[in-house]
Design a binder for this molecule. Structure first.
Ligand code: ZN
Length: 499
């Protein structure tokens, strides 16, 4: 039995951890959105100091000992034991890294991000390459302290999606390749769907005016959420009632900001809808990257690209852009936003070719860590893979290897969860559609009914359970990739009138 005094100590510790996490989260959002570049060096040094302090708090030996005791104490409630287990696991994975190395790594990640941004702006991979190389080295070093028997990249995959490894991802991507490669081939050879009207001149201020109507429809309310603009859209949160998302407006692509907004609001809603008794502790966070991505992709693709969703919103969008959309019907618009074609930019890719973009990153990451691929000439390796899997090649590095931010801070093992998440959502939506009239809710402006289903079956649990358990709780069965592949086949067979 753990004493009241010790439990109080744990509560005080939780509060301190959440205070540092809050500060670091806001500083990060600020850096990625509005902070002047000139102050970067000053801020980065102090941010690294704060990260170091948090590191000391999380790895305080007395606390780690207490967490270890708590996670197995049958007298404690299940929530507390689960939280203690997750904190303990986190502490053990960072505890092994010497503090000065940890701080040095945080500094490197900040510099590497700036180098990535500069390289992308100047279309010059050589600016980023030395940083990427160092980031890989420092990650190698950090993992080496764990003394794990597991392969390095397997450990990284497991960090983002507990239980996953190369063997399972290899099988997953193999299933995708088997059914999707021929489907993509057929779609690309079919009569193209007209979508040129999406790429006319769309005034950005007008797009923003529609965006506020969209946020209202999605129930992304100002009392708990805030949207900003950034180069690479993301979502961050402080607590359930303080979630920050970002989007990016493109003058010649009206669907881009809309769908990225719907996607990020999916992430934010997941955080917002966690049971509020988990606020300020680890249980309030989404289970895993794949689960988080399943919720954002569910919003974006499985709701945001349906006809029912647009039956409500399209007349409103068209009213903002009478010149561009006046003669376009809702069916034409919905078909256009579902067009599949070979493309270069992952974040702009359609649902069907998207997993191929992920497959490429997965194969590169695997190669970077087993030594079969080097950072030198990686821009060429990248282009060759795009030729191989998607049949196209980037003219400039900003549309090739420099398009994604993830490698700048060493987030290796993260990309594969994007494809896994899309596959999770197919199974969730299948169940949701069995239990409620999703289309009726969407077309009548009651998006909140879909959110309520997700909250009840998924969101409220936060990371109280792991992903396979939530899959069983929400859908009654284990994860099956075929739900995803069936969905894609049916959707694209209909859209392109395939036989
Ligand atoms: Zn996402």
């Amino acid at each position: 039995m753990i004493s009241q005094k010790k439990l109080q100590k744990y509560q005080d510790w939780l509060f301190r951890v959440s205070a540092y996490n809050m500060a670091l989260s806001i500083i990060m959002t600020d850096k990625m959105t509005v902070a002047p570049v000139g102050g970067g060096e000053y801020r980065d040094a102090r941010t690294a100091y704060l990260s170091g302090e948090l590191f000391s708090i999380i790895t305080d030996p007395e606390i780690v000992e207490l967490l270890k005791e708590m996670k197995d104490d049958e007298d404690l409630d299940g929530d507390t034991r689960r939280a203690a287990y997750l904190y303990y696991k986190d502490a053990m994975s960072t505890l092994c890294i010497p503090k000065d190395e940890y701080v040095k790594a945080q500094e490197l990640f900040s510099k590497s991000y700036d180098a990535w941004l500069e390289a992308k702006t100047k279309n010059d991979y050589s600016i980023f390459e030395p940083y990427l190389k160092q980031v890989i080295e420092i990650r190698r070093q950090q993992y080496s302290y764990r003394n794990s028997d597991m392969d390095l990249y397997d450990q990284m995959l497991d960090d983002y999606e507990p239980g996953m490894n190369r063997e399972k991802y290899d099988a997953f991507f193999e299933a995708l390749k088997t059914r999707l490669v021929p489907l993509i081939e057929k779609v690309c050879n079919a009569e193209p769907v007209e979508d040129s009207f999406l790429y006319l001149d769309y005034d950005i201020e007008e797009q923003k005016r529609f965006s506020s109507e969209l946020l209202e429809y999605l129930h992304f309310d100002a009392d708990w959420g805030y949207q900003n603009e950034t180069e690479h859209p993301f979502t961050n949160w402080v607590c359930e009632n303080d979630c920050r998302t970002t989007t990016k407006y493109l003058k010649n692509n009206v669907a881009s900001a809309i769908l990225s907004t719907v996607h990020e609001v999916g992430h934010a809603t997941y955080e917002h809808d966690c049971d509020d008794r988990y606020d300020g502790m680890i249980l309030s966070e989404g289970i895993s990257s794949g689960m988080h991505e399943s919720q954002s992709r569910l919003f974006e693709n499985y709701l945001g690209r349906t006809k029912a969703f647009w039956e409500y919103l399209y007349p409103r969008l068209a009213a903002h852009f009478p010149e561009q959309l006046g003669n376009v019907s809702v069916d034409q618009f919905v078909n256009a936003i579902n067009v599949a074609k070979r493309s270069l930019i992952r974040t702009e890719a359609d649902e069907l070719t998207y997993p191929m973009h992920i497959l490429i990153r997965y194969e590169i990451e695997k190669g970077l860590f087993d030594g079969s691929i080097s950072t030198e000439g990686l821009d060429e390796t990248w282009d060759a893979m795009y030729e191989k899997y998607l049949g196209i090649k980037a003219d400039k590095a900003s549309e090739g290897i420099l398009q994604d931010v993830h490698w700048s801070d060493g987030s290796f093992g993260y990309f594969p969860t994007y494809a896994l998440g899309s596959a999770f959502s197919a199974q969730f939506v299948k169940k949701m559609r069995e239990e409620m009239d999703v289309d009726e809710a969407l077309r009548s402006g009651h998006f909140e009914k879909c959110v309520a289903w997700l909250k009840e079956h998924i969101h409220r649990y936060g990371c109280r359970y792991d992903a396979p358990e939530i899959m069983r709780i929400a859908t009654g069965s284990d994860f099956d990739v075929n739900n995803y592949l069936d969905y894609l086949e049916e959707k694209y067979t209909n859209l392109y009138h395939l036989k």
